[in-house]
Design a protein around this ligand. Structure first.
Ligand SMILES: [Zn+2]
Length: 364
C-alpha cells in the first residue's frame, strides 16, 4: 500500500488516505497520490515482468487495502492487434476482458475496496457496461448488487449480462445524470458501497496505460473514447506515474474522441472554457454522459500530453465499426469511437486505438 493521500483535483485540498467520501467539500473529484520516490527506488521492469501479465502486475499503483480481499477475474492483459487496413495502427482489444469491456479493470479495484470495507451491498449507476461488470465482480465477492439505469438507454444485452449475475436492476426516467443521482440516494442506506466513475475506478482503469507502455515502445498517439472522462484521465495518470518512477521516458499524446451529440469535453478544450452540460444525442450509448464527472481531468490530459480532442458523427462511428468488423474485430458503436477519431486525422507515427466494448453487447 503506497498511497500517501487523497487530493482534490479542483481545489487541491488534501485528505488522509482513509477518507472515504466521493467528492471534496468543493464538489471536485479526488486524485490518489502515491509515494513515488519509494516506488522509484524499488520498481524495475525486470521485477514487474516476473509477474503474470494482467491488471495486477502493477499492483503498487493501486489503492487496495487488503491483499486477501482482492476480487479478480484476471482482467486486463488484452492484446495489441495490428490493423489489417492501416499502417502503424494497433487496436488495444479491451473486448477480451471478462465481461467484454474495459470496465472490469475498474471493477476489480472497486469491489476489492467494497470487500475490504466490509460493505453489505453494492450500488452502481450505469449505461450498461459498468453495470454488467460490477454485477460480475459483486457475484464473485458474494455481495448483493443494484444497478440503476437511465430509462432512455436501450441495452437489452447488457441488462441480460447483469441478470446472469443476479443483479437487481432499477430504471429511472432521464439520462445518466439522473441515474447517478438515484444511485447516490440509495447509497445513503448503511452498509452500501457506491461504485461508479469515482477515483478508485479511475485508479483501476489506469492499467490500460501501464499495459500499453509495457507492451510497446515509442507509442506516439493513443486514441481514447470519452464518456465521463475517467478512462482517458486514468490512462494519462498511469503514464505519468510510470515516468515519475523512472520506468519510461517518452509519453504518447492522448487523443480524446467524443460523439458530436455529446461534445462536452472536446468543446471545453477547443474554446478554453468550463465544461457545460448537454443532453446527449448519440447512438454511442456507452459514452453518452452529458455531465462528465472527470471532464476537467480529461481536458487537462489533452493539454499535458499535447494531444487533442476530436469529434465524430454517429455516421462516422458506424462506418468505423463496420471497418473494424471487416478486420475481424467485433465492437459495439462506442467501441469504435476511438478508431473513428483515428480515421478522421490519421497522424503520422505509431498509433493505438482502444476498442472498448464487445459487439455482442449491442446486437441488431
Ligand atoms: Zn476541492
Amino acid at each position: 500500500m503506497h498511497v500517501k493521500s487523497l487530493q482534490c483535483y479542483h481545489c487541491g485540498k488534501k485528505y488522509p488516505r482513509s477518507h472515504l467520501v466521493y467528492h471534496c467539500s468543493c464538489g471536485g473529484s479526488f486524485e490518489i497520490i502515491y509515494d513515488y520516490s519509494h516506488l522509484k527506488k524499488h520498481l524495475t521492469w525486470r521485477e514487474l515482468r516476473k509477474r503474470s501479465f494482467n491488471h495486477w502486475r502493477y499492483k503498487e499503483f493501486y489503492p487496495f487495502l487488503k491483499e486477501d480481499k482482492i476480487v479478480t477475474l484476471k482482467e486486463g492483459a488484452t492484446p495489441l492487434v495490428e490493423s489489417a487496413l492501416e499502417k502503424d495502427l494497433w487496436f488495444k482489444n479491451e473486448t477480451l476482458n471478462p465481461t467484454g469491456s474495459f470496465k472490469d479493470r475498474g471493477s476489480t479495484i472497486e469491489i476489492s475496496q467494497a470487500l475490504s470495507q466490509k460493505a453489505k451491498r453494492v450500488i452502481c449507476a450505469s449505461t450498461g457496461n459498468m453495470g454488467a461488470s460490477v454485477a460480475a465482480y459483486s457475484a464473485r465477492a458474494k455481495l448483493p448488487c443494484t444497478i440503476v439505469m437511465p430509462r432512455v438507454v436501450h441495452a437489452p444485452e447488457k441488462i441480460a449480462q447483469m441478470k446472469h449475475f443476479k443483479a437487481k436492476i432499477i430504471t429511472v426516467p432521464g439520462d445518466y445524470a439522473a441515474a447517478e443521482k438515484h444511485a447516490y440516494m440509495l447509497y445513503q442506506k448503511k452498509g452500501s458501497y457506491l461504485v461508479g466513475d469515482y477515483c478508485y475506478r479511475g485508479e483501476g482503469e489506469k492499467s490500460i496505460g501501464f499495459e500499453i507502455l509495457d507492451q510497446m515502445k515509442n507509442v506516439d498517439f493513443v486514441f481514447c473514447p470519452i464518456g465521463n472522462g475517467t478512462l482517458i484521465s486514468g490512462l494519462w495518470k498511469a503514464m505519468k506515474e510510470l515516468k515519475k518512477v523512472g520506468l519510461v521516458k517518452k509519453l504518447p499524446q492522448l487523443m480524446g474522441v467524443q460523439a458530436l451529440g455529446c461534445n462536452t469535453v472536446v468543446k471545453a478544450w477547443k474554446e478554453g472554457k468550463k465544461i457545460k452540460k448537454v443532453i446527449p444525442k448519440t447512438l454511442a450509448s456507452a459514452i453518452a454522459c452529458g455531465n462528465p464527472l472527470d471532464g476537467e481531468k480529461a481536458v487537462h490530459a489533452f493539454f499535458e500530453s499535447q494531444g487533442k480532442g476530436i469529434l465524430v458523427s454517429d455516421k462516422e462511428i458506424l462506418s468505423a465499426q463496420h471497418r473494424m468488423q471487416q478486420q475481424g474485430l467485433d465492437v459495439e458503436p462506442s467501441g469504435a469511437v476511438a478508431y473513428a477519431g483515428y480515421l478522421k486525422i490519421k497522424p503520422k507515427g505509431k498509433c493505438i486505438a482502444l476498442a472498448t466494448g464487445h459487439g455482442l453487447k449491442c446486437i441488431k
